[in-house]
Design a protein around this ligand. Structure first.
Ligand SMILES: Nc1ncnc2c1ncn2[C@@H]1O[C@H](COP(=O)(O)OP(=O)(O)OP(=O)(O)O)[C@@H](O)[C@H]1O
Ligand SMILES: [Mg+2]
Length: 183
């Protein structure tokens, strides 16, 4: 026993750090990527866009003409995500939260944007017609927030405004404190 103690230094004896996963959700255009980019500059979190992740892991289905995007084969994707997220340290970006209910998620950040700035952002992207209307409706009806409350404990959920630059900076500071406080 004495011999064993002598061969271990203090870093080997310390417990491994608990690495958290954060899920960033919100209607398209609410600022998930913008926030994720800032967070990866100031934290060690690794940004994962779940749409791209699904593509890289061959989980894309057929093209949805109405939504103008590929469907994602969730039955295939969810088990891959569950495994992938086990070590922690990831900042996931996706519109909704349903698929993550069985994953290791420590915090869900729901970004919300007021109607006028969101409309301008989506118009600037070239959204129009049904696509624009559906996204605006999604935000006004708080669809993503309802989904978050269905899938996660409310203590895990932050509802965060994302209208102006200052909102983004405040959220970055809040996340930094959250990561520091619980390590
Ligand atoms: N806090 C903010 N204040 C002002 N503008 C913002 C803010 N956050 C994001 N934006 C702007 O809104 C637009 C959309 O942002 P972003 O691409 O980050 O949204 P997103 O939620 O990732 O969209 P998607 O769901 O399509 O991936 C960008 O032009 C970005 O500069
Ligand atoms: Mg994005």
């Amino acid at each position: 026993m004495t011999e064993l103690n002598n061969t271990l230094d203090s870093s080997q004896l310390s417990l491994p750090k608990y690495r958290k996963n954060i899920l960033l959700v919100g209607t398209p255009g609410t600022g998930k990527t913008s926030l994720a980019k800032r967070l990866t500059e100031v934290t060690s979190l690794e940004h994962v866009e779940v749409g791209k992740f699904a593509e890289e892991h061959s989980c894309l289905g057929s093209y949805d003409e109405q939504l103008e995007c590929f469907e994602i084969e969730e039955e295939k994707l969810i088990p891959i995500l569950i495994d992938f997220l086990k070590p922690g340290g990831y900042l996931l970006e996706y519109h909704g939260c349903e698929w993550f209910a069985s994953c290791k998620i420590d915090l869900v950040i729901v970004l919300q944007t007021e109607t006028a700035p969101l409309y301008d952002r989506l118009k600037a992207r070239g959204y129009s017609g049904r696509k624009l209307e559906e996204n605006m409706e999604c935000e006004i009806m708080q669809v993503i927030l309802d989904e978050a409350y269905c899938c996660f404990n409310e203590k895990q959920i932050w509802v965060v405004p994302s209208n102006k630059e200052q909102d983004l900076e405040e959220t970055v500071e809040r996340v930094q404190k959250f990561l520091e406080s619980s390590n």
